[in-house]
Ligand binder design. Sequence first.
Ligand code: AMP
Ligand code: ZN
Length: 122
Amino acid sequence: MNRTSYTGVAMNCLFCRILQGEIPSQPVYSDDLCYGFADIQPQAPTHLLLIPRRHIRSLAETSAEDASLLGHLMTKAAEIARQQNLSGGYRVVVNTGENGGQTVEHLHLHLLGGRAMHWPPG
Ligand code: AMP
Ligand code: ZN
């Protein structure tokens, strides 16, 4: 179980440590609610991660109270996609839990683009 401080930061969470600047990252977007940065192991020519500044373990942990934050993340993903010139299309992915392939337990949106995506996903 993560120890979460009153600021909503989990001390042992990789993405909280990135938010604190303890681990370097390549920024692409930042505001009061969220932070966007390059994925360290890109799976497409453009592969960015967008995370809330508040530590939320996964999409499965969210409720109606988080609706505006989740909406903010989705609309920012679209804005970043426009900035990144992904006019040919892109994919936004939220891996959730073990079967969903989530490896970092801090909610994140993957923004993938720059190549054609396949369906169904693996
Ligand atoms: P997921 O598997 O959906 O939980 O996604 C976690 C993502 O975080 C993966 O795509 C990793 O490549 C990425 N990742 C892990 N460590 C870092 C890091 N230090 N900086 C940027 N991305 C990272
Ligand atoms: Zn975190």
